[in-house]
Design a protein around this ligand. Structure first.
Ligand code: NAP
Ligand code: ZN
Length: 351
């Protein structure tokens, strides 16, 4: 069996260390990707540190923002050739037959095994799936996306989760000309949301904790920027936005966000903080407001997002790090101190 070099963590309080993992030989319709870059998503941190509860299989190799080059293809692969630039996101398999899969929403697979996530799931070989903090991965061709030439691989990696997580709700809830959209949290997801919403033609506002990222927010396409640390911010934003997407990874009161919507406006949560939040239903009834969630996107929509980003010159702003930097990078993400996505260069694993 082929081996890959990977970085794994062995407990919620552990540290990442270099290791070797086994990858399967490609089946007839599978491709093997040489991973060039893997983004660090805040979900990797929530999972690795056990913040979403038990059910984490250690040693854990996270990573679901994967960009690389096809090294090998199975005998019946039609969608990729050796040398193609390709990406893998949050999942690597699903039943392919349920209503969700048939409707292009494989992330909500209702089949017997559900959606097989890129790490911490059981793969078709019966082994626990291991993610992108590794030098290669074997994946069924239907769960691999094409990375357009216009986006460099390091900037493309975060699109596979952060990009699609923002693109899908912006499309679904109609971000576009004449719409006032607020993105809450200017982190990995948030900075993609600003760029994508602006490219869709919406008027974009950033709502951040501080003004430290204001210049970047405006450069990436926002026309307004607000800091929640300033006392009158929420008051000044009442009834302002048609659509608000919150990416906040920590505690945030949904009542203040709902009050910032226009009548009939929609708040979409994509952030997954570890603790439940309380919601007074009055915040929905007054102003007939909507509160929804959204989770990544299907494969076809992820490809659409990649093509959209290429067409509009959009990519993630990244800080490229080595495998040895992962532990320090996790602490910096938690401290909102990343501009705006750490991307691990897997060439450093074998150097
Ligand atoms: P990130 O880079 O850490 O960004 C989160 C941002 O939230 C921070 O930059 C910060 O923005 C803001 N924030 C953090 N703590 C806060 C607090 N206590 N109060 C107010 N604002 C706070 O994380 P990410 O990778 O973008 O992920 C964000 C969240 O989305 C995570 O919970 C992650 O698990 C989840 N996620 C969900 C999906 C999905 O499909 N729904 C996909 C990927 C990730 P400022 O510095 O601007 O204040
Ligand atoms: Zn993610």
């Amino acid at each position: 069996m082929p081996q890959a070099v990977a970085y794994a963590i062995d407990s919620p309080t552990g540290r990442f260390a270099r290791t070797t993992i086994t990858r399967r030989e490609p089946g007839p319709t599978e491709v093997v990707l040489d991973i060039a870059y893997a983004g660090i998503c805040h979900s990797d941190i929530h999972t690795a540190r056990g913040e979403w509860g038990s059910g984490v299989r250690y040693p854990l190799v996270p990573g679901h923002e994967i960009a690389g080059v096809v090294r090998e293809v199975g005998s019946a692969v039609t969608k990729f050739a050796v040398g193609d630039r390709a990406g893998v996101g949050c999942f690597v398999d699903s039943c392919g037959e349920c209503a969700s899969c048939r409707g292009g929403e494989e992330q909500f697979c209702q089949g017997p095994g559900g959606t097989v996530m890129t790490y911490n799931s059981t793969g078709r070989d019966g082994l626990t799936t291991a993610g992108g903090y590794s030098t290669s991965i074997t994946v069924e061709q239907d769960y691999v996306c094409r990375i357009p030439e216009a986006i460099d691989l390091a900037s493309a990696a975060p699109l596979l989760c952060a990009g699609i997580t923002m693109y899908a709700p912006l499309r679904r809830w109609g971000a576009g000309p004449g719409k006032r959209v607020a993105i809450v949290g200017m982190g990995g997801l948030g900075h993609m949301g600003v760029q994508i919403a602006a490219a869709m033609g919406a008027e974009v506002a950033v709502i951040s904790q501080t003004r430290s990222k204001e210049a970047d927010g405006l450069r990436l396409g926002a026309s307004e920027y607000y800091a929640t640390s300033e006392p009158d911010t929420w008051k000044s934003l009442r009834n302002s936005f048609d659509l608000i997407i919150t990416t906040v990874s920590g505690a945030l009161d949904p009542a203040v966000l709902l009050a910032s919507l226009t009548v009939g406006g929609t708040l979409v949560d994509v952030g997954l903080p570890e603790h439940p939040v309380e919601l007074n239903l009055r915040s929905l009834i007054g102003g007939r407001r909507n509160f929804a969630g959204s989770m990544i996107g299907g494969i076809a929509e992820t490809q659409e997002m990649l093509d959209f980003c290429a067409e509009h010159g959009i990519g993630a702003e990244v800080e490229v790090i080595s495998g040895e930097d992962i532990n320090a990078a996790y602490d910096r993400v938690v401290a909102s101190d990343v501009r705006y996505r750490f991307v691990i260069d897997t060439a450093t694993f074998t150097a």
